[in-house]
Design a protein around this ligand. Structure first.
Ligand code: GDP
Ligand code: MG
Length: 137
């Protein structure tokens, strides 16, 4: 089952120079490839679309502020079961709950600054890819 997913390396990952390390882990998975990649500073408008499901939650405003605080690396990754697979590589949202060996488990401590976003379902992937890479065929 070949899929595409949206990955964002969050501002903390870029600032801490973990981009190579994280992309390396994704690239190392058999058969997965990077279909698009961009360094980009996100504005409020795109973040409001991206995080629409979280509007009104107490963490929403600081999350949007953090995500706009510096450049992110946005990637489209494609390959076999890549949606579930990248979520697995990332680990759970809370880095302290994330197992060592996962990206969040190895590098994170703060829930908000958890290094990576990855689409959580096929439906989310389609929606998010349209927001970030509207020109992708
Ligand atoms: P994800 O799919 O694992 O990224 O998690 P969610 O979709 O639930 O939340 C989106 C992002 O909001 C997370 O990656 C965190 O950066 C942040 N976040 C989620 N829950 C919390 C929380 O309880 N507290 C804080 N401070 N941030 C949160
Ligand atoms: Mg999510």
């Amino acid at each position: 089952m070949t899929q595409r997913t949206l990955v964002l390396l969050k501002p903390d990952a870029v600032q801490r120079k973990l981009v190579g390390e994280i992309i390396g882990r994704i690239e190392a998975k058999a058969g997965w490839s990077i279909a698009a990649l961009e360094l980009r500073t996100l504005d409020r408008e795109i973040l409001e679309q991206h995080y629409a499901e979280h509007v009104g939650r107490p963490f929403y405003e600081p999350l949007v502020e953090f995500m706009a605080s510096g450049p992110v690396v946005a990637l489209v990754v494609e390959g076999e079961r890549v949606i579930e697979g990248v979520r697995q590589l990332a680990g759970p949202t809370d880095p302290i709950a994330a197992a060592p060996g996962s990206i969040r488990g190895d590098f994170g401590t703060i829930v908000r600054e958890n290094l990576i976003h990855a689409s959580d379902s096929e439906e989310s992937a389609i929606r998010e890819l349209k927001i970030f890479f509207p020109g992708l065929s």
